[in-house]
Design a protein around this ligand. Structure first.
Ligand code: DAU
Length: 321
């Protein structure tokens, strides 16, 4: 998500200076930013948001806006090993907020998730719905979001929190449903659907998420919270079958596997507040998926190395095979 946003914002505001502070964990990849690496308005700094010194090196240099995309994000990993999530998502956010306070930044935007609200059977979560996170990942994000609220209330820092639905698109590490299933099919492998695949998710194409953040930077109010959603709600089986059809594969490629513990049944958010700022999605679910499939087809060199070594070890642990 972060690399997509950097590419997007450098195009939209060619005169802005962008500094990318990234720890480059397993999901970080400088390849994603190759096309901007020579842009004189772009700078990469390797560092950890949970290390005050690394953060000071960047924010202390006169940064006026912080957009916190840095996070551990994969729910299944958080179930197996929550520690990195607590450290990066909670302590990292705290470290950034402290720097925002010390260096008087003009705007801080927290990129967060609808998962903090937990699961909803009917209806939609709005910005004031209570937090009921069910995984170590979503609990970490909820903790970070609450710190943002507290820093706005206590120190009057110019903070905005955003809760987005499921983002998909180019350059997404092939562990999340959409890139995992596309790349598995390209490798001739089956796609592992958890449980019966009846859970639903609301999907947004990454470019639309970038546009939403840019809009919030421009028109959002400090201390406010904005949901970022599209209304494109699909069961996991619907998503799976669409991908199978588009890739010319049959349903025999589905493998039903054991369900994720505490698997949230449904996420759905009301994003009227953001629409009131003038934003609406511009890429349909179908078009977004087609563009994503094409990208993974054309960029095997990007994802193939990611699906070996440590990645396979991780899947062995998860599925026992
Ligand atoms: O809702 C926003 C969130 O969406 C973000 O905050 C998270 O960082 C992001 O990972 C995502 O969380 P999900 O758990 O919804 O995404 P994931 O792609 O892991 O799973 C989507 C759905 O597909 C979920 O119901 C679990 C299911 N699934 C996932 C994988 C990886 C499968 O059935 N099989 C799989 O192999």
């Amino acid at each position: 998500m972060g690399s997509n946003f950097i590419r997007y914002i450098l195009k939209k505001h060619p005169d802005w200076q962008v500094v990318n502070l990234d720890k480059l964990t397993y999901a970080g990849n400088l390849e994603n930013l190759k096309e901007v690496s020579r842009n004189k308005n772009y700078q990469f700094v390797k560092g950890d948001i949970a290390e005050a010194e690394d953060v000071a090196k960047v924010i202390g240099e006169g940064v006026d806006k912080i957009i916190n995309y840095a996070a551990e994000t994969h729910v299944d990993r958080s179930i197996m090993a929550p520690d990195a999530f607590i450290k990066t998502d909670i302590f990292g956010t705290y470290t950034l907020l402290e720097a925002a306070k010390k260096y008087n930044v003009a705007q801080y935007i927290q990129i967060s998730t609808d998962e903090v609200f937990g699961s909803i059977k009917k209806g939609f979560f709005d910005e004031s719905s209570p937090f009921r996170p069910n995984s170590p990942y979503s609990a970490s994000k909820a903790g970070a979001d609450l710190l943002c609220r507290a820093y706005f209330k206590t120190y009057n820092l110019p903070i905005i929190v955003t809760h987005a639905c499921n983002v998909f698109g180019l350059n997404q590490y092939p562990e999340k449903l959409i890139p995992l299933f596309i790349t598995n099919l390209l490798e001739g492998k089956k796609v592992p659907v958890y449980g019966e695949g009846q859970q639903t998710r609301e999907w947004i194409f990454t470019e639309d998420h970038c546009r939403a953040i840019a809009m919030i930077m421009e028109k959002g109010q400090s201390g406010e919270v904005y949901n970022i959603g599209t209304g494109f709600e699909k069961t996991n089986l619907e998503t799976t079958k669409f991908i199978l059809r588009e890739m010319g594969s049959g349903e025999e490629m589905i493998e039903y596997v054991k369900d994720r513990p505490a698997h949230d049944e449904r996420y759905a958010i009301n994003s009227q507040k953001l629409r009131g700022l003038g934003w609406q999605p511009s890429v349909s679910w179908e078009e977004g998926l087609r563009r994503t499939i094409s990208w993974y087809k054309e960029n095997r060199n990007w994802w193939q190395p990611l699906k070996s070594g440590a990645y396979l070890e991780y899947y062995k642990k998860q599925y026992g095979k």
